[in-house]
Design a protein around this ligand. Structure first.
Ligand SMILES: [Zn+2]
Length: 141
């Protein structure tokens, strides 16, 4: 919108040189409240305004790749070695009940983890879209 109005009004942008190249006033990408450039966190909603740059060195990469390979393996092994399955298959009513409780707890835990993953992913996408919008807004000249 900034670029649109300055294109329609070339006299204004020629007359004042400051607004054209001044960066957009910093605003929180989450709640759009104005913030100071020195802030690390939004005082209104607590959003991180300056995410630490990710490490891209070789050791960090290898660590991440190994973790990505190992984590699903651990999950797979954990499910395979899950003792609750034996309880669930048991003919004994008490053992079966223990298995049912363990099964229910595991399902609840899995739902919570999936739920948080979905929420986190949506927040991440929203923050990315917001930061793209902020970048586009500051490009107006
Ligand atoms: Zn905020």
């Amino acid at each position: 919108m900034e670029s649109y109005s300055s294109e329609q009004n070339p006299v204004m942008s020629a007359g004042s040189e400051a607004p054209a190249h001044r960066p957009a006033p910093p605003a929180c990408p989450s709640c759009h409240q104005p913030v100071l450039p020195t802030y690390y966190f939004c005082p209104n909603c607590g959003a991180n305004l300056r995410p630490a740059p990710l490490k891209t060195d070789t050791i960090s990469q290898i660590g991440l790749y190994l973790f990505s390979i190992v984590l699903p393996m651990i999950a797979f092994l954990a499910v395979g070695k899950w003792q609750g399955l034996k309880y669930l298959k048991s003919k004994d009513p008490k053992e079966k009940q223990i298995g049912m409780i363990a099964w229910a707890l595991m399902i609840i835990s899995a739902i919570i983890v999936i739920w948080y993953t979905v929420v986190w992913t949506q927040n991440y996408i929203q923050e990315t879209v917001n930061s793209i919008n902020v970048d586009l807004g500051s490009l107006g000249n």
